[in-house]
Design a protein around this ligand. Sequence first.
Ligand SMILES: [Zn+2]
Length: 559
Amino acid sequence: MAFIVKKNIHGKEYYYLNENKRVNGKVKTKTLAYLGKTRKDAEKKAREIIDSKIKNANDKSEKFESTKISIEDLAVFCKRKGFVFPSGEIYGGFSGFWDLGPLGIELFNNIKQSWWKFFVQGRKNMVGIDASVISHPKTWKASGHVENFSDVSVKCKKCKKFNKIDKQELSYAKCGFCHGDLDKESAKDLNLMFTVQIGPIKEDSIISYLRPETAQGMFLNFKNVVNTSRIRLPFGIAQIGKCFRNEIAPRDFLFRSREFTIAEFEFFINPEEEKCEILDEKHLGLKIRILDAETQFMKKKDLKEITIGKMLEEKKLGEWHAYWLAEQILWLKNLGLDMNRIKIREHMKDELSHYSSATFDVDYEYSFGSKEIAGNSNRGVYDLNQHIKESGEKLEIFDEKTQKSVVPKVIEPTFGMERIFLAVLSQAYFYDEKRQNIVLKINPKLSPIKASIFPIVKKPEFEKIAKDVFDLLKEEWNVSHDKSGSIGRRYARNDEIGTPFCITIDEDSSKNKDVTIRERDTTKQIRVKISQLKDVLKKLISQEIRFEKAGKIFKGKIS
Ligand SMILES: [Zn+2]
């Protein structure tokens, strides 16, 4: 964050704009600009510089090349390459369930780790948990799920398919498949929770549910976390885990399945003390495209461009809510998702969940339509109060700032991890006409395999070096050692699964102790010493340096 400093030189005042930056774990101060000789001038000039910095950051739109692919074709591609398999396929598949394959699990883990690193580790006001998937039955009574989580199933008059509709929307809803009219007479109550029998003997057993959301795990552990962690308000409890919903019509591949992964946190704040001290220009100046409640109320779909700061001014949300909405978008950007495909949708009053007072969906423009990938809601004090009522426990925390015990209010940022996985894949999918193969342009940080190492020809001395390089790199990353087929085939194979760098060993390698690195997206090549390879690759994967600057450009043809 930039700040103004005053320096006294020979009795005169000079003002500068400085910025603290974290470099290799150390905080370093850098002077950005000279601001003049009076405080007033300095403040004006600083404002201008910061505004233009924000503008530049927003305007610097990266170019994303992708080839439109339907959700069905994406499922075929994912199966063919080993990302995702239909669950129980040898028995004809199992609707609504999917298995991650060898590459899929790597990509999925990388997304989860990125999330955990961004939102949990390194934040002093956040801790993580991993709660059980089957919760105490009273949980779902307290949370309102047993009572409220009952949508209705309605048959479409035209296409005859069953739709899951919120009871409140029954009067005006249309078929989600064909927009036809729904047969309201056919409406039947649904319970979207999977029932489980607890105890092996049916007569002595009780009934509970597989969790339909991870949030309750955080509320159930609120007291334990407060008592065992040295945290104070405001703070968050985070979790990534499996959830289960007995969807009536699972569809769109991983998008609407019966078993899925949620990453979310409950962020607890004092209801009377909502100031967010870490909200800075990076958040306030962040530009988003929003479909706001007023526009939807007028039955229109126009997007407005607005900054988070402006949303705050218009009182669409509170400071912490704004902070986390901005951080959510910044993480998605960090993953390499195209910001031009992200939009925010504000919920209208009548569609807010039973617990929420303000909710925003974060939608991503897939090739098969704009769909929700994340959400951000203000759950208020609803959940903790419900559990206080149901359990009789005191779920409060002493706030040192106000010297009072309070039941905190909750902001809840949520992410559908399979949906983000799909967004990453569908955006990365690119058919390269020149190469005549698919190039999966995944952000190197997320790529399942970071580098593939191969000897240019099958010769023992090349293979020995390739093995040594593989051993060197495997300590750090998931790398592969590819020996079969022509070089062209091996490049194509790696392009298709998103391996960002291919490393070839040739005749010069034994002489000069160096290798050729080929970049997936451009097919450009550089020559790098083996002794520097790990360091260079680290910088390339984290995108700290540009490929051309990472080594000596190599123009020779490898084929
Ligand atoms: Zn229909």
